[in-house]
Write a protein that binds this ligand. Sequence first.
Ligand code: OXD
Ligand code: MN
Length: 557
Amino acid sequence: MKAVEGLEHEQLKNWIYERAKHLKPSALHVCTGTAEESDALLEGLCAKGQAIRIPKRPGCFLFRSDPRDVARVESKTFVCSQTAQVAGVNNRWGDPDAFKACLERWFDGAMQGRTLYVVPFCMGPIGSPYSRIGVQLTDSPYVVCSMRIMTRMGSSVLEALGTQGSYVACLHSVGMPLAPGQKDSTWPCNPDKVCIAHFPEANLIYSFGSGYGGNALLGKKCLGLRMASIMGKQEGWLAEHMLLMGVKDPQGQKSYIAAAFPSACGKTNLAMLQPPEGMKDWTVTTLGDDIAWIHPGKDGRLYAINPETGFFGVAPGTGPETNPNALMSCARNSLFTNVALTDDGDVWWEGLSEPPAHLTDWQGCHWTPGCGRPATHPNARFTAPILQCPSRDPDWEKPVPLDAIVFGARRSTDVPLVLESLNWVHGVQLGANLCSEQTAAADGTVGQLRKDPMAMLPFCGYAMEDYIQHWQAIGKTLAHPPKIFQVNFFRKGAYNDFLWPGFGQNLRVLAWIFQRVHGKVPAQQTPEGLLPFYADFPLKGLEYSQERWDALQRLGE
Ligand code: OXD
Ligand code: MN
């Protein structure tokens, strides 16, 4: 227990002592957040066969998860508020006392044979009034190294916490204690006993059994969205599943846009978009790709920050054509999970390049093109620091004023490329009615259409009807609300082909949004919303017929 003796925050120190007694780890380590610390942990993981160094990418490592632990497990994620009504039908509710009692039993001795890492982390810049601190206890060094990329993590956060600061207590175990002499697995986890439980009244998160992504990096979906959405409701702000980006027109005028899309629907690609031919005089900058915390400002506008410091991006489909900025972001100092390994010591995934003649797939097996299975898991990820992103906005750590909010989803039918809401109330309604075809980012049936209000169905920590009402209430306080738009980059035509080219060409949609925000183009008023005229839409440099446009923009079937 020596490791915690120096802690000045008595209550935190006591919590760690008490937890350590219960978890029974063989060692305890308070994370400093330095590069040396992370290097040593990664070195140790390689020595145990739990990570593989990628010779072609300095500071990069590959992890292969247990095939049963590959995505967020929504069916095992709970909000344990005092009453079920508070959690709403959108959440799986758990009685707080019963869940705590059960999880306490699971956590008893759960870290035997492992090290308990104390991970102090800050969502948002340290010292900002918009930021929130968490302290995660975990027995996964992979989680520690990932948290160091994704959040501000380590001693500076403990300093900011001081002697009395408040924090969200996050307890995580992979749920696989080791008996003396027992050989560890390459990805310890306990898929039969997974539970991710949020206790909003106690400022507490418990996560057991999974080491993957949003189940285990508790700053992200658990604190950054579920708990933060509850804080936002209480304190008058919004925590959203949104990318944050800047768009500058050829005249140098700049707007910030926040856009909500369900998981694995292209937020990272859009946030890092490279202007296509014909639009090279536009500039796109990246502030974040997954979460925006949005506050009303004194001037009646909305201001947003990205509380994270890295990208936990879906690897398959990320290539030099679709997202060169993401590739540069993960060229070094990055972690890869469930991607393939080339024979010459690089990572590979579908969509990166032509497949090599031979690979080691995400499960460590031989793979050749045409063998009948993908080399990477569809939810394989790269974890990369935002500081390495070439399109990073110079103001990415500051709150930025929003000119537009975009709601998007994956819809093969019915929904047009872009539509502007008539006003805030209508825009919120559009967001509330968002439906999307499910992806591999979570358990469930890929392709199935589900309602996903504001792309927050898996992440809103309280009742959806109260959340929508909160959005409407916030709107009432804004003298200068951002305009709200709905987009769909995934509509298909008669031959099951995508009607819109997507990726870099999506800048055309953003440019139209930009022009609408600045009153530069008219729109066609319909009862459903405001639609672009073909003649005004920025299509220069792209051959796109009026006929195809009409099919793309048609409202409904
Ligand atoms: C994510 C997700 O990892 O939404 O961002 O699943
Ligand atoms: Mn996400």
